[in-house]
Design a protein around this ligand. Structure first.
Ligand code: SF4
Length: 223
């Protein structure tokens, strides 16, 4: 069996190093943004609930009809579960996710006047909402500089030597002091884009990677 590649130990996890990573990825992926479609905080929150272990493009295919049918948290809370489920049946775990959407919206109506709260503590009290979802909502719907650790942010942060943790919440805490505060959302978008296009989970395209010289594993896939 081939030996795993050795890390380049000269690459240290520092804020200066992260700035360089952002600079280079920004040039490589100028259009990097969140892949989920939404027009308001509620739509983003619900799209994220649907996107758990599902592809964003599939979620984007079902949400236009869903968002056109139900316009407010009150509408979702009052919806019949079977009818709601019909709009998302192409997504995996559609029954569980329909129930989560309904429960989450019922809580929004009961405790937040039907509005999505703009702070982490309140978001975390909603059914089906963890730190990743809450931070992505804060960062992308409310313009706050929060780090949402999805599968790409997790994998690339590990490969780039920015964390040794495997738990997403711990990874967020490792990244927070390393990523300049005004760049946290941008950093996540760039890692997501790079993870989808270059640094794949299997066979990353190292020889053509723009941040190869900043990566502790520049030969994870050899030329
Ligand atoms: S050099 Fe390879 S492992 Fe490192 S970030 Fe680039 S693609 Fe990923």
């Amino acid at each position: 069996m081939a030996k795993p590649p050795k890390p380049n130990r000269k690459v240290a996890p520092t804020q200066a190093g992260v700035r360089k990573i952002i600079e280079r990825l920004d040039k490589a992926h100028p259009g990097a943004k969140l892949d989920l479609d939404f027009t308001n905080p509620l739509e983003l929150l619900l799209a994220l609930i649907l996107a758990a272990q599902a592809r964003d493009d599939l979620v984007n295919r079902v949400t236009p009809a869903l968002f056109a049918k139900y316009r407010s948290a009150k509408d979702y809370a009052a919806a019949r579960l079977e009818e709601l489920g019909g709009y998302v049946r192409r997504i995996n775990f559609s029954r569980v996710k329909s129930r989560r959407i309904k429960d989450c919206c019922a809580e929004l109506v009961r405790r937040f006047k039907g509005e999505v709260p703009q702070n982490l503590d309140d978001l975390l009290t909603l059914p089906g909402v963890g730190r990743k979802t809450a931070n992505i909502v804060l960062g992308n719907a409310f313009g706050q500089q929060a780090i949402g650790v999805d599968t790409h942010v997790m994998r690339l942060s590990q490969r780039l030597g920015l964390t040794k943790n495997t738990n997403p919440d711990k990874i967020e805490f490792d990244l927070t002091p390393l990523v300049p505060e005004n760049q946290r959302v941008r950093f996540c978008h760039l890692l997501q884009y790079h993870g989808r296009r270059v640094c794949f989970a299997k066979k990353p395209r190292c020889p053509e990677c723009t941040i190869r010289s900043l990566c502790p594993y520049p030969d994870k896939t050899k030329a």
